[in-house]
Design a protein around this ligand. Structure first.
Ligand SMILES: CC(C)(COP(=O)(O)OP(=O)(O)OC[C@H]1O[C@@H](n2cnc3c(N)ncnc32)[C@H](O)[C@@H]1OP(=O)(O)O)[C@@H](O)C(=O)NCCC(=O)NCCS
Length: 191
């Protein structure tokens, strides 16, 4: 699955996109030019993403093209207490379930609709599958910022978690995609 580099459509032109970890060498001015159109996402990226990554409080990976940052995703391991009926339906032990959380996701406003967002989500899913093998992981989760983000994740197969067990932890409704359901993962992986 080729998330390291892929080609997306930019108008009639192909655009090469490379995916890698954020790094100290990423120029501050370049980082400041990244604009997703959502101030809360941009503020996180500009002010906290690199430092948090270096301290390994989470990890941030960026998509770059022609020296510019066109997207980023921040992931972190977490655990999720499920609604009672889900434990029963799936015959799960009643512990919080291990998950990989997509904590932040943004695509540059000028690069929306080119498959970069879904490639970054596919990357997070790949990481979760590796985590599943090494430490256990049940799902990829996210707390979408707004209704538009909910529709984006839904288009990739994410579902709303019906009831949020701990509203103090999950302020917004959570969405998830269970790794066992990812037989159709190719759908969200770039060509
Ligand atoms: C949401 C966001 C990450 C999507 O990134 P993107 O690169 O434009 O998305 P993609 O091009 O990969 O789109 C993938 C699919 O989702 C769909 N999609 C994208 N945004 C959508 C939206 N707002 N509503 C409904 N569907 C959407 C696309 O139509 C596409 O479906 P298709 O393959 O059937 O055409 C991007 O618009 C963004 O950064 N928004 C601002 C920040 C934000 O809201 N981040 C999410 C925080 S939780």
């Amino acid at each position: 699955m080729g998330w390291h580099a892929c080609v997306v459509q930019k108008g009639a032109m192909d655009m090469a996109v490379t995916y890698r970890e954020i790094a100290e060498t990423d120029d501050r001015k370049v980082r400041k030019r990244f604009t997703s159109g959502e101030p809360v996402i941009d503020r996180y990226f500009r002010q906290f993403a690199l430092e948090n990554h270096q301290r390994r409080l989470n990890t941030t990976h960026i998509a770059t093209s022609e020296g510019e940052i066109v997207g980023f995703v921040t992931t972190v391991v977490g655990s999720l207490k499920l609604p009672d009926e889900l434990y029963e339906r799936a015959k799960l032990p009643r512990y919080p379930m291990p998950v990989l959380l997509i904590a932040q996701l943004g695509v540059h406003v000028e690069n929306r609709g080119q498959g970069i967002g879904s490639a970054l989500v596919a990357f997070a899913v790949e990481r979760a599958e590796r985590l599943r093998e090494t430490h256990g992981c049940m799902a990829v989760t996210t707390d979408p910022l707004n209704e538009s983000a909910v529709r984006f994740y839904a288009s990739l197969g994410f579902r709303a978690l019906p009831l949020v067990a701990d509203p103090a932890v999950h302020r917004r409704p959570s969405m998830y995609i269970a790794l066992a359901e990812l037989a159709n993962v190719d759908r969200i992986v770039p060509p």
